[in-house]
Design a protein around this ligand. Structure first.
Ligand code: ADP
Ligand code: ZN
Ligand code: MG
Length: 637
């Protein structure tokens, strides 16, 4: 039973979920470099045809094979002529017999050991000659052809492997390097990350007019690292830079190196850089750099040698590059903190550009870009959709548009309507609707009161976001129901009162259960976890506790200089730890009492709302506000 309080600066579960599900679009396969002429079955067919032709030719003269005894008889009868005696066979013509072509018919027989043969022939005055039988053709057939066939099969198999798995191409690594001479993406296709775009404008200018910069001798950044959560458009942005500057775009993904044979990764990096150098000015883009650029020596099991080799090669290539050649290295990561510090040194990826989640204007612009080819009904207001999706990244928004269009198509609509967007957002937010799941009556009752509790508290405290929708339709695996709050604006800072109000909203569900059933369920587990996270952060990070004062007891971790698995030691004493725990407890308990008071005063609304919810399964925030107004209950203090 998650309360969907949005824009939560602390442990936002939704965020984590989204980053877990974060999709990384891989570059399209279409733009590969040309591969070598590829082997085909036609070779085999050709060879087979050739062989059968040869055979036809060789044996074309019809020859009758006769037993040796009959041959001896023919000699006795003087019926043979023009003998050719080879080491293994004797052939000749038969006297008196003519074949269809009018020639004397030929015969052959297998030679047996017969010392009297020559004497017999001389007696009957039959002409004969010796013949040395060439072994050439038979050895060709028995030796060379099978070898040839084996060789061809081997080549065929190698080819198959190297294209199929990308691991056998030791010498040439073109297979996985994507080169686009024209990315067809421009800055107009990227929205909501204007600051990043501005910073990259300089790179574009440099790439399109390198002479101008070389003349003045200014130092151009050699490498640019794009940093930001998954789906914010880092890959898209890098391609847009290439598109804007109209230069070739060489890209390779860090994750592809991980499963390679030793030495291949390093060779590939070398190849990438030498190919790019020939094409300057151009961009080399290393996507998902974290897979490759993890700090060396962090692996307790002795390290991933291949990865380290590849990383070392990358560092070497970066150093060996003259920026003035007009090659700019770009890389993207969503985990800059685990990167090897060597990568970030001056002369390497020394400029970092933050690609952050878009704000409401940015979200609107992104929605506009992606709905360009979608027929929207006039009731769809992209601004309003942007308002309902704080924290969403570009990829999520593209996904919503796509889902909405699919839903509309499934319902045979002419245009995509607002209701389709509602459902698409619900799906993306809380997983797919699971209509088939049935709750028993008692469970359902608990959930209705729980969610009503969240909603009423949210509407009764001053700083909570207004409720957009309350629903008990089960979604996904964990959430039995949810209360969706709609922030009126984006927030970058939160005050103490806002945090306390958020704490209250989170406890609302649990307290409602307490009041109504005088018993509690497990459904509030996630709420309580988030509530304690907020309370703890208020005490240890934000210095909001009067008793502990302005000291920060928690530091942002910097594992860049520390192997993973070693968490920083607590920088406070045991006694302080106990005090912190006490303070956290006090914050939560005070919020608890406050919420109890709020809900006790609004008990009638709680009952009505729960009733309405069990009937309709979902209630709009507007209805709740009306109920509260008619009950003449205002804000709580
Ligand atoms: P990242 O590399 O940061 O994980 P991508 O660049 O792969 O994100 O984004 C995935 C897709 O999401 C893009 O192809 C694009 O369709 C959409 N998208 C993401 N961010 C934006 C943005 N700022 N503007 C427009 N579309 C975006
Ligand atoms: Zn809840
Ligand atoms: Mg990406």
């Amino acid at each position: 039973m998650a309360s969907n309080a949005n824009q939560d600066p602390i442990g936002n579960l939704k965020d984590k979920l989204r980053s877990l599900l974060g999709r990384q679009d891989s570059p399209k396969q279409k733009d590969r470099l040309p591969s070598k002429a590829h082997f085909s079955l036609w070779y085999f067919v050709f060879i087979m045809l050739f062989l059968s032709y040869l055979q036809q030719f060789y044996f074309s003269a019809k020859v009758e094979t006769i037993p040796y005894s009959q041959f001896k008889q023919y000699i006795a009868q003087d019926a043979v002529n023009q003998l050719t005696i080879g080491p293994e066979s004797i052939s000749g013509t038969l006297k008196g017999k003519k074949n269809s072509a009018g020639k004397a018919e030929r015969f052959t027989t297998v030679r047996v050991n017969d010392p009297d043969l020559v004497k017999d022939l001389d007696d009957h005055k039959i002409g004969y000659s010796g013949h040395y039988e060439s072994k050439f053709l038979s050895s060709l057939l028995s030796w060379i052809i099978p070898l040839l066939i084996f060789f061809l099969i081997w080549r065929f198999a190698m080819k198959k492997m190297s294209t199929g798995m990308g691991v056998m191409s030791f010498s040439k690594s073109n297979a996985k390097i994507f080169a686009e001479s024209d990315t067809k993406v421009s800055f107009a296709d990227v929205a909501g990350i204007d600051e990043a775009k501005e910073e990259l404008q300089e790179v574009v200018e440099f790439l399109s007019t390198p002479e101008k910069f070389q003349k003045l001798g200014g130092r151009i950044p050699k490498g640019v690292l794009l940093v930001g959560p998954p789906g914010t458009g880092k890959t898209l942005l890098a391609r847009a830079v290439a598109g804007e500057a109209k230069v070739p775009f060489y890209s390779i993904s860090g994750s592809e190196f991980v499963e390679m044979f030793v030495g291949v990764g390093a060779a590939r990096v070398r190849d990438l850089f030498s190919q790019a150098a020939a094409q300057a000015p151009c961009i080399i883009f290393i996507d998902e750099l974290d897979a490759l650029g993890k700090a060396r020596g962090m692996n307790i099991m002795g390290g991933h040698d291949e990865r380290e080799q590849t990383l070392n090669q990358l560092l070497v290539e970066m150093d060996g590059f003259e920026t003035n050649k007009g090659v700019i290295i770009m890389a993207a990561t969503n985990r800059p903190e685990i990167l090897d510090p060597a990568l970030l040194r001056p002369g390497r990826l020394d400029r970092q550009v933050l690609v952050d989640r878009p704000d409401i204007n940015g979200r609107e612009a992104i929605l506009e870009i992606h709905s360009k080819n979608v027929r929207l009904s006039p009731d769809v207001d992209l601004r309003q959709i942007a308002g309902r999706t704080p924290g969403f990244v570009g990829a999520d928004l593209a996904n919503i548009i796509n889902e909405a269009a699919l839903l509309a198509a499934r319902n045979n609509k002419e245009m995509v309507e607002l209701s389709d967007f509602d459902e698409a957002i619900d799906r993306v937010v809380a997983g797919l609707q699971k209509k088939s799941r049935v709750m028993n009556a008692h469970e359902k009752k608990i959930v209705t009161f729980h969610e009503s509790g969240h909603a009423i508290v949210a509407e009764s405290v001053e700083y909570a976001d207004p409720v957009h929708k309350i629903s008990i339709i089960p979604r996904g695996i964990a959430a039995l129901g949810y209360t969706q709050q709609q922030p009126t604006e984006d927030r970058y800072l939160m005050t103490r009162s806002q945090l306390l109000d958020r704490l209250a909203v989170l406890l609302g569900g649990r307290v409602a259960e307490e009041l109504v059933f005088e018993e509690i369920s497990t459904g509030a587990q996630n709420d309580l976890q988030r509530a304690s996270d907020i309370a703890r952060s208020m005490v240890t990070e934000y210095g909001m506790s009067d008793r502990l004062g302005l000291v920060s007891y928690e530091r942002q971790r910097q594992p860049m200089f520390m192997p993973t698995g070693f968490s920083p030691a607590a920088n406070y004493s045991e006694a302080k730890a106990a005090q912190i725990d006490e303070e956290v407890e006090r914050f939560v308990e005070e919020a608890h009492q406050r919420v109890r008071k709020i809900l006790t005063e609004r008990r009638s609304v709680l009952d009505d709302l729960a009733h309405l919810l069990s009937e309709k399964e979902s209630v709009q925030g507007e209805e709740l506000r009306k109920m509260l107004a008619s009950a003449k209950i205002g804000m709580a203090n």
